[in-house]
Design a protein around this ligand. Structure first.
Ligand code: FAD
Length: 602
């Protein structure tokens, strides 16, 4: 702000010139980009169907269709100058080359679930490359393999697999609307992680468009780049167009349960005991916990509830036997359990009733009655890994903090590791969080009221909870998961000025020692740092050019005078989007107040 103010005071004329140049450069940048695109695309007939500028009547609905965090639906959220929705992989090469040629920045979006909105927001002029139309899925039952294009959701993938087989599956996330482009490139865990590891552990090939516009597969990209995109985040390395998956075998019958225990029902002791049990259970069994405030049985009082949510890859008799042997304190009864097929378990973890048609999993914007908070409300999340059991007193401090919040507007989601996660070495993939961890713990604050007051209060609160957790969680580094992106951990400098030292602040937390190798791969494949964002991997010794100008450009774009100028030049203003967002749901956790209506979650 001070840059703009002092500049305008010292030389109003210079300010005006820069303003006009800035406007001119921006509008021309994207016009030239569009011109370039029409020249380069082999089949020009389709261009109007895949390019959306701010003047296009579908621009806003396309932009909003995949925004999965309401925090980024407010009017002040930056918007792309152009959205491109390629209909074919080959069009992506042209998009990358034209963007590069015209100084346009690319944000690639698959499912739009980025926790910090990085797939559709940017501080510098940019285009969104939305993979929406590239969602083909081919299943080869005999080879137990599948090709899935990056724009597909995991719900679509699960449904396609279930159409072909009742004993094949894929170990990815719980929420069906998450895109495979982002989920798999950051790792991707789900209810079967203790048996089969991450989604990224089960990828055998990929297709990617690199900075030179080349379409590469595993063989032509080489093992280092193939390693990097399975957990290092795709956005730093190119545009992933498709993944080849190794499908896994599951029994015809699995068992699920979800049981709630309040503080009055011994929840603290059960959670404390769970830490010793859950990470050491046989790998066929996962018991996760969702913790949150809820109404007590005493009218007008609040309590804390822990919901134990489980998937067992086997029948109920076997499960009850295992629970009796390992965790009798939880007192799970036969009537708490339900035998299901794998695809029904996907419905359960996706928040649907197991009686629903599996086809509902294919919806990108479902509306279901068990709607859960993460997509209904604004949220901010923090993530920790726990390596030593937390003492009872530690949990009691957490309850105090949870009681400070309105009931139901916060949650802690705990997922046990062990099993397969313990067997895979830390450097097998960029995702390093393996044998050292007992479990991971996600801390979430939700809020509904618009305006900065509520968001500031909620974000401050979740940061306090995170600070409180410091003595109980991983240290040096305090580890984090790139798919639960958290810009509090640090960001690259504005514009194109990416510093290795600065990136280490968050890079070491996400990737530990693998950060160094990711930097080496980045330096090899994208030395000019074309594919970048606030938390992209920096190339080594990268010399930024023009970053100060871009920062200035940002100040200018945000100035009221520039907005007025835009209006005068008849550039259509974009209306606020808050109220227009679909009330989509993506229930990765139960909302404690609404637990009775909610089938399940994770
Ligand atoms: C409701 C909800 C539920 C979730 N559940 C789980 C879960 O069960 N397990 C889990 O592990 N995580 C989960 N996550 C986190 C999720 O894995 C990440 O947010 C993931 O990055 C989302 O992928 P996406 O394609 O939907 O998101 P996007 O916002 O489209 O992309 C996320 C990041 O990946 C980049 N990217 C996307 N597509 C490509 C591509 N084709 N090529 C290169 N880069 C690309 C984007 O530029 C961005 O940096 C959940 C998130 C939400 C909001």
């Amino acid at each position: 702000m001070s840059t703009t103010t002092s500049l305008s005071k010292s030389s109003p004329f210079l300010f005006l010139i820069i303003l006009l140049c800035s406007w001119h450069a921006q509008s021309h940048g994207h016009n030239d980009f569009l011109q370039c695109l029409s020249l380069h695309l082999q089949n020009n007939i389709g261009i109007s169907n895949v390019v959306y500028t701010q003047n296009n009547s579908s621009y806003l609905s396309i932009l909003q269709s995949s925004i999965k965090s309401r925090r980024f639906t407010i009017a002040s959220t930056p918007r792309p100058q152009v959205i491109v929705t390629p209909a074919h992989e080959s069009q992506i090469s042209a998009i990358v080359l034209c963007a590069k040629e015209n100084g346009m920045h690319i944000r690639t979006r698959s499912g739009g679930h980025d926790y910090e909105g990085l797939s559709y927001t940017s501080e510098v002029p940019y285009i969104v490359l939305d993979m929406l139309n590239l969602s083909e899925i081919n299943i080869d039952v005999e080879q137990k393999e599948a090709w899935v294009q990056a724009g597909a959701t995991i719900g679509q993938l699960y449904y396609k697999i279930s159409e072909k087989s009742t004993t094949l599956a894929f170990p990815a996330g719980a929420c069906p609307t998450v895109g495979v482009g982002g989920l798999f490139s950051g790792g991707g865990y789900g209810p079967m992680l203790r048996k089969f590891g991450l989604a990224a552990d089960n990828i055998v090939d990929a297709r990617l468009v690199d900075v030179k516009g080349r379409i590469l597969d595993r063989k032509s990209m080489g093992e280092d780049l193939f390693w990097a995109i399975r957990g290092g985040g795709g956005a730093s390395f190119g545009v992933i167009t498709a993944w080849k998956l190794k499908l896994v075998s599951v029994p015809e019958t699995l068992t699920i349960f979800s049981v709630g225990r309040t503080l009055e029902q011994n929840a603290t002791k059960l959670i404390h005991r769970w830490q010793y049990v859950a990470p050491n259970l046989p790998e066929d069994l996962l018991i996760a916990i969702s913790i949150g405030p809820t109404n007590s049985s005493k009218i007008g009082e609040k309590t804390i509830q822990a919901i134990f949510i489980s998937l067992f890859l086997g029948r109920v008799d076997q499960l009850l036997h295992l629970l009796e042997e390992n965790f009798p304190e939880l007192s799970v009864r036969r009537e708490d359990c339900t035998e299901v097929s794998w695809i029904q378990s996907a419905l359960f973890f996706g928040g649907y009733s197991i009686g629903e048609s599996p086809q509902v999993l294919t919806s990108r914007n479902p509306k279901i009655s068990s709607a859960l908070p993460i997509t209904r409300f604004h949220f901010k999340a923090k993530l920790d890994y726990v390596q030593e059991p937390i003492p009872i007193s530690g949990f009691e401090g957490v309850w105090k903090l949870l009681h400070e919040r309105e009931a139901g507007m916060t949650e802690m989601l705990i997922v046990p590791y062990g099993g397969r996660m313990k067997e895979i070495s830390e450097d097998a993939l960029p995702f390093p969080h393996r044998a050292d961890n007992l479990y991971k713990i996600q801390q979430l604050a939700y809020w509904d009221e618009p305006g900065p007051g509520a968001s500031e209060r909620s974000i401050t609160w979740v940061r306090r909870l995170y600070n409180y957790m410091t003595p109980y969680v991983s240290k040096s580094p305090r580890a984090a998961y790139i798919n639960y992106r958290d810009l509090d951990l640090g960001v690259n400098n504005a514009a194109d000025d990416t510093s290795y030292a600065q990136a280490s602040s968050w890079g070491l937390k996400y990737f530990k020692n693998n950060f160094e190798k990711l930097v080496r791969v980045k330096t090899m494949v994208d030395p000019g740092n074309f594919f970048r964002n606030e938390q992209s991997i920096p190339p080594k010794n990268f010399q930024a050019t023009g970053s100060k100008l871009l920062v200035l450009n940002r100040f200018i774009r945000q100035s009221p005078f520039f907005k007025l100028l835009n209006l005068m030049m008849n550039i259509s203003p974009v209306s606020p989007v808050e109220s227009e967002l679909e009330d989509s749901v993506c229930p990765i956790q139960p909302f404690h107040e609404e637990q009775k209506n909610s089938q399940s979650s994770f």
